[in-house]
Design a protein around this ligand. Structure first.
Ligand code: C5P
Length: 276
């Protein structure tokens, strides 16, 4: 049995530079990964199967054609392998929330199937599969802090901030990535600076924050709640939202902020974690 973690991703910065003719946007983004997320289990079986567990399983039940089953199909087509497997997705990350849950699950499925079949993790065809599944899937396949360009699939790996305490907060609002990109105002506000990762993040932005806040104004409340406690190093929305994150200098600060926000907003989802 193969067990693969599917860590949440956050975008420490996300600059939208241009609309493209193919419907995507040219972006620059700093991907970072958390120590927590979903989990994918793959076991050889007599026939193919897919099952869900975990707190967010009900949100995926209707989607027979989710990214995990799509990843398994693509893997088979590209590698021409037809061994039946039972795949279990243990879903802990909220769906459509800007932290790459579906992308991380797809990437974990590809990694797991590669291990099961003795395919090296750096096989170029895995990245081809990942790219076809979504813009964030290549970054999730590598699972390493990286600068992403293009639509997010061109990766330059970088170091920094490992172990930094992070708090994720989602106001239980699902936001469509396509809708947020469509609402971007088309203004190129410039590239992400060079330098140390924290400086690049601090001087950077998330250009999707403004359009996402128009679609889901509750994001303002989340950002303000994160800013209100324990002097975080950085507060920002991740991806296309609605999840926002804060970085802290200590676990105590992260925990105190999480406790205060949970007490004030019991319906919001909070995850205390750390950067991988
Ligand atoms: O690549 P993925 O399927 O995750 O993207 C979902 C949607 O987000 C795309 O259909 C597109 O509308 C938008 N998107 C974009 N530019 C990107 C990434 C995503 O416009 N760089």
């Amino acid at each position: 049995m193969i067990v693969e973690q599917a860590p949440a991703k956050i975008n420490l910065a996300l600059h939208v530079r241009a609309r493209r003719a193919d419907g995507y946007h040219e972006i620059e983004t700093l991907f970072a990964f958390l120590r927590d997320g979903d989990m994918v289990t793959i076991e050889p079986s007599v026939k193919d199967g897919f099952q869900l567990s975990g707190p967010y399983a009900p949100d995926l039940v209707e989607q027979a054609d989710n990214l995990v089953t799509q990843a398994a199909e693509r893997f088979r087509d590209i590698f021409d392998l037809y061994q039946p497997v039972l795949i279990t997705l243990d879903k802990h990350l909220p769906v459509a929330s800007g932290i790459g849950g579906g992308s991380a699950d797809a990437a974990a499925t590809l990694r797991g199937l590669a291990r099961l079949n003795g395919i090296p993790a750096d096989d170029r065809r895995l990245f081809d599969c990942a790219e076809a599944l979504g813009s964030d899937v290549p970054a999730c396949l590598a699972g390493k802090t990286a600068m992403g360009r293009g639509r997010g699939e061109q990766l330059d790996y970088t170091d920094g901030l490992a172990g930094t305490p992070v708090l994720l907060v989602n106001p239980s609002a699902a936001v469509s990535t396509a809708a947020v990109f469509r609402a971007w105002d088309g203004v190129d506000r410039g590239s992400i600076a060079e330098g140390a990762l924290l400086d690049r993040a601090l001087t950077g932005r998330n250009d999707l924050e403004a359009p996402a806040r128009m679609i889901a104004p509750v994001i303002d409340n989340v950002l303000n709640a994160l800013r209100a406690h324990r002097d975080p190093i950085l507060v920002r929305m991740s991806g296309s939202g609605a999840t926002c994150f804060a970085l802290y200098s200590s676990e105590q600060d992260r925990h105190a902020a999480a406790r205060a926000i949970r007490a004030d907003k019991p319906a919001w989802w909070c995850l205390e974690s750390a950067l991988a």
